[in-house]
Design a protein around this ligand. Structure first.
Ligand SMILES: C[S@@+](CC[C@H](N)C(=O)[O-])C[C@H]1O[C@@H](n2cnc3c(N)ncnc32)[C@H](O)[C@@H]1O
Length: 377
């Protein structure tokens, strides 16, 4: 780690210097810096979506996804009593495509559109600009951006979050024959300050590991790795508290497991649509982990909301009528476009593609959906 001066600053160099000074960092701290460092974080400087980027998300695959989410929002709002002005909130809106498609579908109920105050919770300046461009034709300047959900004003809320929770930091703990130890990120001792390489190590004393591991997994076999996401739980608790304080509903869509907590290392890096080593180039690859739906539902209930689900994405989209929507679009399309629509439909609902891995949970003001659960649940 001797020479720090050669070459331009990179996130790898910056993190390596910090580790040399302060000691190994948690996987969560590494992930938070890799994705959200104000200068070098993955999301801060680029548009990672689509064929030229690193990955594709459901709203980028087809307009049908955002349209059906929009109809879910309308239905939920109506069943909340159609509150006058209300906050339509999206967490982690990417390119703004989901919100644009949802609002277009919402044109069927002008009262919903007229009363919706759109708030986007987004930390990336470059994606905020991209969202502004996408939404300007639909909303003009009537969009509010926030760094954190805490900053969205109180009041009736309909909230959506697609592939937001999988980007929130996780911490990992590992079972050894001396108990649970937190996994940390250290610098390889033989790497240089110019070109640092990182490795996983275990904390020295097991104090964090023993505290973080969920009780039901405490007796897992030696070598097991368990992930917890205090950051995700904090956001879910906040959503729950919002929905307890004023009428509202929230829809969380993500990839993950329904019946957690589960043992397993799911941290992954994606670069140019392929998996990459997770510690290889912080800030240059997307880092995500499977969402523990049971944990975020528990946190939302702790916050005061009622929870619904989990439902698999293929099932939910089918219940909301995606097949009929695809047929209607295909009937007006050229043969090539109709084939694209059918391809997109398969990608979204087929169990071997996104249909099973991606799941949905809904949260709502207790009692607001007493007659029947939110649409699709
Ligand atoms: C995987 S993208 C999902 C984008 C979009 N929802 C979609 O489906 O295409 C994650 C989004 O969350 C944003 N994001 C990540 N971490 C965040 C945080 N801690 N606070 C707010 N936004 C965050 C990213 O900048 C990006 O817009």
């Amino acid at each position: 780690m001797a020479d720090e001066s050669a070459g331009p600053e990179t996130l790898a160099r910056l993190l390596a210097r910090r580790i040399v000074m302060d000691g190994p960092m948690s996987v969560g701290a590494f992930m938070a810096e890799a994705l959200g460092h104000p200068r070098f974080g993955y999301y801060m400087r680029r548009d990672p979506f689509g064929s030229g980027g690193d990955f594709t998300t459901a709203p980028e695959i087809s307009q049908m996804f955002g349209e059906l989410v929009g109809l879910w929002c309308i239905d939920s709002w109506a069943r909340l009593g159609g509150p006058g002005p209300f906050h339509l909130v999206e967490l982690g809106p990417g390119r703004g495509t989901l919100m644009a498609d949802a609002l277009r579908a919402a044109a069927v109920l002008p009262l919903f559109r007229d009363n919706a105050i759109v708030h986007l919770v987004e930390t990336s300046p470059s994606l905020r600009e991209r969202q502004r461009q996408t939404l300007h034709p639909v909303l003009g300047d009537a969009v509010y951006w926030h760094d954190r959900l805490e900053d969205v004003p109180d009041g009736p809320t309909v909230l959506i979050a697609n592939e937001f929770f999988d980007a929130l930091p996780i911490r990992q703990v590992q079972k050894t024959n001396y108990g649970w130890f937190e996994r940390l990120v250290d610098v390889e001792p033989d790497s240089t300050g110019d070109d640092p390489r990182f490795r996983f190590v275990l904390e020295a004393f097991g104090s964090s590991g023993n505290r973080l591991v969920p009780d039901v997994l405490r007796e897992a076999p030696d070598g097991s790795v368990v992930e917890v996401s205090p950051a995700s739980q904090a956001v879910a608790r906040l959503i729950g508290a919002r929905l307890a304080a004023a009428p509202g509903a929230a829809l969380v869509i993500d990839y993950g497991y329904a019946h957690g907590p589960a043992a397993g290392d799911t941290l992954q890096a994606m670069r140019r649509h392929a998996y990459a080593p997770v510690l290889e180039s912080p800030g240059e690859a997307d880092l995500t982990a499977h969402v523990d739906f049971a944990a975020i539902a528990a946190a939302a209930r702790e916050g005061g909301a009622q929870s619904f689900g989990v439902v698999e994405q293929g099932e939910w989209l089918t219940r909301l009528g995606i097949r009929q929507r695809a047929s209607a679009l295909a009937a007006k399309a050229s043969p090539a476009q109709a084939q694209d629509i059918r391809g997109a439909l398969d990608r979204l609902i087929d169990p071997s593609q996104m249909g099973r891995l991606f799941k949905l949970a809904a949260f709502a003001t207790p009692g607001a959906f007493a007659d029947s659960p939110p649409a699709g649940f």
